[in-house]
Design a protein around this ligand. Sequence first.
Ligand SMILES: [Zn+2]
Length: 345
Amino acid sequence: MKAVFFTAHGGNDVLTVGERPDPAPGSGEVLVRVEAAALNRLDIFVRDGIPGVPVAFPHVPGADGAGVVEALGPGVTGPAPGTRVVLQPGLSCGTCEFCVSGESSLCVRFRILGEHLHGTFAEKIVVPRANVYPAPSRLSPEKAAAFPLVGLTAWRMLVTRAALRPGETVLVHGVGSGVSTFAVQIAKLCGASRVFATSSSEEKLKRARELGADETINYKTADVGKAIRELTGKRGVDVVVDSVGAATWRHSLTAAAKKGRIVTCGATSGPNPEEEIRIIFWKQLSILGSTMGTDSEFAAMLKAVEAGRIDPVVDSEFPLAEARKAYERMASGEAFGKIVLKLNA
Ligand SMILES: [Zn+2]
């Protein structure tokens, strides 16, 4: 099969598109022919090498994928070969204390497709039966590949961790990212009264308003924390979605209302922001971490996508042979939504 793989960590020059052996489904596994796969920031971190997360070379990256069931391993009774499916990118053990309490994304043996094991940037992939879900019938393979990881992440952040309530207000930083495009839509779906989105690009802010953002702030020309205070009569917002980290954290603290919740799933601009502990205790803020999500959260998010209440945003599509260009697009920060690799192109 054709696949993207690398045999050493490094920049884009380590990425090879070539032949790898076809995988075969073992007990409890499903073989899926991948039609489309989507890039995540995670794929750049894995290519660079994540301290403490060794990979077995040659490594096939990619967490997001959609395709067609090709074969079932021993003990698996469905879905039938030919079924169009999407993949839940998080693998959990099912037996640790967190798994048995339903918190599979806290699994002590948690793994992610394309990070801890071979991923979706290949014509075929083998995954546990539990990670295979029916693809939303209304979506193309490219759109179906464009929502699992970021949709799940944004869903858990807002619905579960921040427990967003109807009528509340939300700030979403850096609205071009996959998580942010979902966070805007999920916040509106939850009944947020005002969703604020930020970007340095007027074009992205326009797209954000089309997705449902009520008001937008260009962080190149405005101080986001101060702008939110002005726009809300000094009150601030109930929930801040921050996946940016160092560049936005101080603004998140300023923008949060008293008793506000700041939920973080990443730190693309750096992990050690300027902190202001006095704001946290004085405003009685809750700082909430969030990673991926559970199977039940994935199923709920999938229903919202199937119903058309959330629409995956595709920025661009590349054939597998142009995987390096897709990585360059991801690294450029210019994308609005997901960058998709087409396996059949
Ligand atoms: Zn577990």
